[in-house]
Ligand binder design. Structure first.
Ligand SMILES: Nc1ncnc2c1ncn2[C@@H]1O[C@H](COP(=O)(O)OP(=O)(O)OP(=O)(O)O)[C@@H](O)[C@H]1O
Ligand SMILES: [Mg+2]
Length: 251
């Protein structure tokens, strides 16, 4: 469904070239919840930005549902980003002047979809994520965990092929983090959503079907969750230890 093939990306700073992604391959199936871990600077955000074609890459391919992203024009890319991709960021990126309900509707407003359909969809998402009671509030009036659940709801408004989330729990305490991860799991179960998430948080990652571990711009290893979250958590800790540290730059 989402295929990344042999991706190479480097940044030019002055006249020096810094290689960041060095032949990355990723394959995400429909309905999977996959996370990417790895030390700070290993290229995780760069990988997400290459997938959405926000930044150019030297070689390799990003194929979304059989379509090579590089072949799209800027206009087509904008449409793909609004309709086929969903985005969730560490700092929520909600529009402060709009209510929760209006924020959630945004992707459909951009798509110029039918008003009635939009309301139905937004109400359904508010229900699924347990945020109905805050629908008329503004972002400043709700908690971080609520903001992120609003962002998850917004990312699903157009039924994207895949949600790209860069450290969605990075600004949240453990309880709110869990609520956000549970909303991804609900999205997967109830809407068949596919999620590709960068995280430093081993607990969040332990809820995923699969964890890809990056190191120095390459895939270091990949772990599959066999169904026992606690076991998977321990397994992840072991690998991150082997990597040096727990994958978190702060520790
Ligand atoms: N626009 C840029 N110009 C130059 N170098 C960059 C740029 N963006 C990122 N880098 C460098 O590329 C490397 C990978 O950065 P990236 O943001 O992808 O890492 P990351 O794995 O997401 O790290 P973190 O866990 O801290 O978010 C880092 O060494 C970073 O300094
Ligand atoms: Mg990053």
């Amino acid at each position: 469904m989402l295929e990344v093939k042999n991706l190479y990306k480097s940044y030019k700073v002055g006249n020096k070239n810094y290689p960041v992604l060095q032949g990355v391959d990723v394959n995400i199936e429909k309905g999977e919840f996959v996370s990417v871990m790895g030390p700070s600077g290993s290229g995780k955000t760069t990988l997400l930005n290459c997938i959405s074609n926000f930044i150019p890459y030297e070689s390799g391919e990003v194929i979304l549902n059989g379509e090579n992203m590089e072949k799209l024009t800027e206009d087509e890319l904008a449409t793909v980003r609004n309709e086929k991709l969903g985005f969730v960021f560490q700092d929520f990126m909600l529009l402060d002047g709009l209510t929760v309900f209006e924020n959630i509707c945004m992707p459909k407003i951009i798509k110029e979809d039918d008003w009635r359909e939009m309301e139905d969809k937004a109400n359904k998402l508010l229900d699924i994520f347990g945020i109905k009671e805050i629908a008329d509030k503004y972002p400043v009036e709700i908690s971080g965990g609520q903001k992120q659940r609003v962002a998850v709801a917004r990312s699903l408004m157009n039924d994207p092929l895949v949600i790209l989330a860069d450290e969605p729990t990075g600004n949240l305490d453990s309880k709110s983090s869990e609520a956000v991860i549970k909303s991804f799991i609900e999205a997967k179960k109830k809407l068949g959503a596919t999620i590709f998430m960068v995280t430093h948080d081993t607990i969040s990652a332990s809820y995923c079907d699969r964890v890809i571990v990056m190191k120095d711009g390459k895939i270091f290893t990949e772990l599959k969750n066999s169904g026992n979250r606690k076991e998977f958590f321990d397994e992840l800790l072991g690998v991150l230890k082997e990597l040096g540290g727990d994958g978190n730059d702060n520790e």
